[in-house]
Ligand binder design. Sequence first.
Ligand code: NAD
Length: 330
Amino acid sequence: MKIALFSAKGYDKDYFDRINKNYHLSITYFETGLNKDTSNLTLGFDGVCVFVNDNLDKETIEKIAANGIKVIALRCAGFNNVDIAAAQANNIKVVRVPAYSPEAVAEHAVALILTLNRKTHKAYNRVRESNFSLEKLTGFNLHNKTVGVIGTGIIGKAFCNIMLGFGCHVVAYDVYASDELKHKGVQYVSLDELLKQSDIISLHCPLTPETKHIINESAFTKMKNGVMLINTGRGALVNTQDAIKALKDQKLGYLGIDVYEQETNIFFRDLSEEIMQDEIFARLMTFPNVLVTAHQAFFTGEALEQIATITLQNLSDFENGETLVNEVKG
Ligand code: NAD
């Protein structure tokens, strides 16, 4: 089976080539993302392998279907960038990697919290310049603080476990409560109650029409003054303009994001010699209490290994007519 792998980076090639020795698929790597303008590259392939910022809207799907694509393999968990109904209508199967290393993402959320709180990024630079002053580096104890977790699926669960270990009081909001977490002391509350009680809020729900801008102006008004917001979910969970207003009003005391609503044109590339065209992102970068990482929460060796293995297994199952255990259905 011939696979076109889009948005390919060196690390994708390293892991896929090594693990593909067990699967023997024919993989062609394209640095470009897949969208309606690049869909002609899929001609002659049986399947595509895509990542978080490839845009498989209805138009792209119709074009790749016409080129003979029969399977879309997402090498990620979220599938908000694929029009699932359009894929089904065009007889294209969609598979994903539902769980590769939930700890990787959960631990990165904790890294954002600790960095913003204890300002180790600033301390690192100061000490390198022989500035050993502690002025403005004051943090706060995590112990006894209330952490609100929105979405307690596999990543949210791993995150709750870590925060319980810090001695935090963990409150959660999810459409389904986890008995396992309840037994460990996590308290499920309404969204409003979570926003009201939390010192730190971390987002771990998928991006859906219901969760788009779940954190907006109205949500910020319900939060404590000086609250910390962490988003390792998807950018559009947060209305960035409203977050900027909350930062200016000092309602939002800290913002740590690994994802950004308009990240497609920014993340996963070196723009160090270019002019930043995104005014909202440029404004975000001016705040001393904002920390941005470029969608790297998943990025551990363990996760890359799992992503390549599960994706190749998904494609191999498709080729062999096996049950698709990781199929995404509408
Ligand atoms: P999951 O499906 O295991 O868990 C999602 C949880 O969100 C579920 O418990 C679900 O019930 C809950 N949920 C759904 N709709 C909700 C709503 N309206 N309100 C509250 N809760 C709701 O998914 P997961 O593997 O834990 O991943 C969560 C998200 O993290 C993914 O959808 C993806 O967008 C994001 N993610 C980011 C990275 C990264 O590198 N930054 C990596 C992997 C996943």
